[in-house]
Design a protein around this ligand. Structure first.
Ligand SMILES: *[C@@H]1O[C@H](CO)[C@@H](O)[C@H](O)[C@H]1NC(C)=O
Ligand SMILES: *[C@@H]1O[C@H](CO)[C@@H](O)[C@H](O)[C@H]1NC(C)=O
Ligand SMILES: *[C@@H]1O[C@H](CO)[C@@H](O)[C@H](O)[C@H]1NC(C)=O
Ligand SMILES: *[C@@H]1O[C@H](CO)[C@@H](O)[C@H](O)[C@H]1NC(C)=O
Ligand SMILES: *[C@@H]1O[C@H](CO)[C@@H](O)[C@H](O)[C@H]1NC(C)=O
Ligand SMILES: *[C@@H]1O[C@H](CO)[C@@H](O)[C@H](O)[C@H]1NC(C)=O
Ligand SMILES: [Cu+2]
Length: 653
């Protein structure tokens, strides 16, 4: 097990970023004042079915960087400060959605498995709205096996609405079996994201779907597509959890692009349904530009993404618009998103179809990476609907791509809305050490324990679903009487980082390759995609192949550094992130490899704890009662769960 992990770490870190051809990863030649690539977008003015127009009343097809609607008193653009609620469009629109979670046998790749679906489908339906809208989503828990649930809206900052963050055991009790919960929040940001269950390993089993919030874009385009990439397991995540704890991290059997692929299964196998599954196909008209929103919804695997015969321009990382840069391929860590613009300019002399490629990062060759297809539309030919799509020829062009497992160099992710960060004083740099901890006997030296859990701070993370952080903060129980908000007394396993000073900058140094100091903890040099709820953090340093030395810290990038909600911690180095304490709440910070997070690689930030409950009472005065009702119903349901001891081994997050 350890050997496997160590090898995995080496594999993941030995690859260098340098192999890219020269024209790749260069910034587009744009002036500071000019964020748009030149050239027409190719729209048809007579039939405007552009989603920005249809949904938001914004016609920006000539200049996608603008965001204007005649009904608004002012216009908005890429420089509007989306972290200031007075600077975002006041649309007055509420987007209502209903999500019903249930169990179902599905075969997205042609292999039937018992999974969890949203509104009967996998992935779940797209939640779509406009910058400034309110999203109101009613989640119905119709799952079997006593499962509770909670849905997290990944990357949404939840300014003033921490209680809508969907973190079970932190900001809410799970939605009990048969129950429902209404989530309501303002989309202060725009771009691409996803929603997923934050209850144990439910998202691995299928409780996921895309979120699209329309807003301005740093580049023109004709149409847009959303691509969701994920690894896919033929066993339930709840079962696989134990192979993480007592063995090696489970290996996915398959991968999916927008919920589809063809798994090469044995036709004798009763679960094999070769007629199901397939290759997701998108259409290009020659000469047009397309915006593609890419989301990585994986559980463990990192894939590289590239398009046969095309390079592209990256315009947004997570919910942060960036100065456009050219790229040939991207490694997208779990939970990260990129919006890219692709010009349909491939050489179609010998082929009309091109592969959309997904390949496990760190692998050198480019075999079997094709996961979906770009099909050039040929308007001249009579189309036959039933003609199967012709597979593109193998992609020979990919041998020289740098299929690294790391994020693009942070210098390339230059936010358009600028922020300058105060340099971290040494005493504010809080060090965190992701490691294996002995388990189940936490006190024996590491080599002597039967299994392991993970930790990020001192202890393995564990929150009791029946006793969330909010209960300790006084949202229920005798201490919730008006005017009495005692200091939180959270159990150690809740791993709080408390930030009491409004406006204070906080800096986390997350170190993967530390020297082992504690006999019960083992450093494991693997990459972890680190996600913080409630914020876009800045990346002050992201270092591969070096030890962190607090007495001789690296040069921190403080002038408009890269900003996003998920960044890769390199297994051979460390990551330094910073954020400002200004959004009261209990916010998780965790690894987004779902097995790691379920095995304890998580902490929580208690940001301005004195303001958390008052902020909820002010913004949503009915919530405290709903919280109490839901916790009561959950505890009652949980008591009846015969598997409750078993499932309590999940960290809760
Ligand atoms: C949730 O459901 C899964 C599979 O359907 C089951 O294995 C697991 O024990 C359940 N978990 C809880 C916490 O009830
Ligand atoms: C998705 O994230 C996982 C884990 O970070 C990574 O292994 C994979 O390469 C990513 N997928 C893509 C297409 O970049
Ligand atoms: C397109 O490909 C064909 C066949 O390989 C080649 O002859 C032609 O020169 C290419 N055209 C361009 C513009 O590169
Ligand atoms: C890959 O790189 C090598 C060395 O630079 C070069 O000779 C070769 O032509 C390249 N292959 C492709 C397909 O670009
Ligand atoms: C979780 O909280 C409930 C209700 O407060 C309590 O009865 C139970 O013992 C706790 N479980 C654990 C494992 O701490
Ligand atoms: C669950 O754990 C509790 C306390 O550890 C124990 O008393 C109880 O017998 C266990 N129940 C089952 C069904 O294993
Ligand atoms: Cu991890």
């Amino acid at each position: 097990m350890l050997l496997y992990n160590a090898l995995w770490g080496l594999l993941a870190t030995a690859i260098t970023i340098s192999a890219a051809p020269a024209k790749i990863n260069e910034r587009s030649p744009l002036d500071a004042g000019e964020l748009l690539p030149r050239g027409g977008h190719g729209g048809h003015p007579q039939d405007n079915n552009d989603p920005a127009w249809l949904l938001c009343g914004v016609d920006n097809r000539k200049d996608r960087s603008r965001w204007e609607n005649r009904k608004w008193r002012r216009g908005y653009d890429l420089r509007s400060d989306y972290e200031d609620l007075s600077q975002i469009p006041d649309t007055g629109v509420v987007r209502r959605y209903e999500l019903v979670l249930s169990n179902k046998v599905i075969a997205p790749d042609g292999y039937a498995v018992n999974k969890m679906v949203v509104n009967g489908q996998y992935p779940g339906p797209k939640l779509e709205g406009c910058w400034g809208d309110i999203f109101e989503i009613t989640v119905y828990n119709r799952l079997s096996n006593h499962n509770g649930t909670a849905i997290h809206w990944h990357g949404v900052q939840q300014l003033g609405t921490n209680h809508m963050d969907g973190a079970a055991g932190v900001a809410q009790c799970p939605i009990p079996p048969g129950g429902k919960m209404i989530y309501r929040f303002r989309a202060n940001q725009y771009g691409t994201s996803w929603y997923h269950s934050h209850f144990a390993l439910q998202y691995t089993d299928g409780v996921v779907g895309p979120i699209v919030i329309h807003g301005p874009t740093a580049g023109n385009y004709y149409k847009e597509y959303t691509l969701m990439l994920t690894d896919w397991f033929h066993t339930s995540g709840f079962t696989l959890f134990w192979s993480e704890v007592f063995g090696r991290p489970p290996f996915p059997e398959s991968k999916l692009l927008n919920g589809k692929w063809k798994f090469p299964c044995d036709s004798q196998d009763p679960n094999c349904h070769p007629k199901e599954g397939g290759l997701h196909t998108i259409k290009f008209e020659p000469g047009k530009r397309y915006k593609i929103r890419i989301v990585n919804m994986s559980t463990v695997f990192m894939y590289n993404f590239w398009l046969q015969g095309h390079d592209f321009t990256v315009v947004q990382a997570d919910f942060v618009p960036i100065r456009p840069f050219r790229a040939r391929s991207l490694n997208i860590a779990i939970a990260q998103r990129y919006d890219i613009i692709v010009e349909a300019n491939a050489n179609t002399t010998t082929q009309k179809n091109f592969w959309i490629n997904m390949q496990t990062c760190g692998t050198a060759a480019c075999t079997n990476a094709g996961t979906g297809i770009i099909q050039y539309e040929d308007k001249s030919k009579h189309k036959s609907k039933h003609k199967p799509i012709e597979l593109p020829p193998p992609d020979t062009d990919c041998v020289n791509l740098s299929l690294t497992c790391q994020d693009p160099p942070k210098e390339l992710l230059e936010p358009i809305l600028q922020r300058t960060v105060p340099p971290p004083p040494p005493d504010l740099l809080k060090e965190l050490y992701p490691s294996f901890n002995s388990w189940p006997d936490v006190d024996v030296p590491f080599g002597q324990s039967a299994g392991h859990k993970w930790s990020l701070g001192t202890d393995t993370f564990f929150v009791n679903w029946s006793q969330p952080t909010y209960s300790y903060l006084g949202l229920e129980g005798p201490s919730s009487r008006r005017g009495r908000h005692p200091r939180p007394q959270l159990p150690d396993s809740y791993q709080p980082i408390t930030l009491n000073t409004p406006g204070q900058w906080v800096y986390l140094v997350i170190i993967a390759n530390f020297a082992q100091a504690h006999p019960g903890k083992l450093p494991i040099p693997v990459d972890h995609p680190i996600h913080l709820h409630g914020h876009d953090f800045v990346i002050l340093a992201q270092v591969t192949g070096a030890q962190y030395d607090p007495h001789n810290p690296p040069e921190f990038d403080t002038t408009n550094p890269a900003r996003r909600d998920t960044a890769t911690l390199p297994g051979s180095g460390y990551l330094v992130i910073g954020f400002q304490a200004k959004n009261p709440g209990a916010w998780l910070v965790h690894c987004h490899i779902a097995f790691h997070s379920s095995a304890g690689l998580s902490m929580q930030v208690l940001e301005l704890p004195d303001q958390i409950i008052p902020t909820i009472q002010k913004n949503d005065w009915r919530y405290p009662d709903r919280y109490k009702d839901q916790c009561r119903a959950w505890r009652k349901a949980w008591d009846k769960n015969p598997a409750k001891n078993d499932t309590l081994h999940d960290s809760g997050a």
